[in-house]
Structures are given as C-alpha cells and as structure tokens.
Write a protein that binds this ligand. Structure first.
Ligand SMILES: [Zn+2]
Length: 58
C-alpha cells in the first residue's frame, strides 16, 4: 500500500490518512495527515483571539 510521510509528525501514513486536493502542488493530497490537520486547526482557533475580542466589544 502506498504511503506518504506527514510533514508534521513525520510518520508514514496511507493516502487514506490525507485529505485529497486537486492542486498538483500538493501532489494530490495535503502534506500533513488528517490528525495533524485537525490539531493545527485546533491550535489556530486557540491562538486566534478573534472571538474574545468580539465578546468584549459586544
Ligand atoms: Zn501527521
């Protein structure tokens, strides 16, 4: 089974573990696995104080 190394956790995972994209830049799928992607989105939300700011304004 073909695998691809995640650019974030450096683990070899099957293509099923990656989100497929049409962009040829990413070689048909994102460079990071679904788990890392989920974590990255989670981190981004935590770092983004946007909602806190909205709360203060309202
Ligand atoms: Zn990963």
């Amino acid at each position: 089974m073909a695998t691809k190394q995640c650019q974030r956790c450096k683990q070899d995972k099957s293509f099923a573990s990656y989100i497929a994209v049409n962009s040829p830049i990413h070689g048909g799928s994102l460079p990071i696995c679904r788990q890392c992607l989920a974590k990255q989105i989670d981190d981004a939300y935590r770092e983004d104080k946007g909602w806190e700011t909205v709360d203060k304004i309202c």
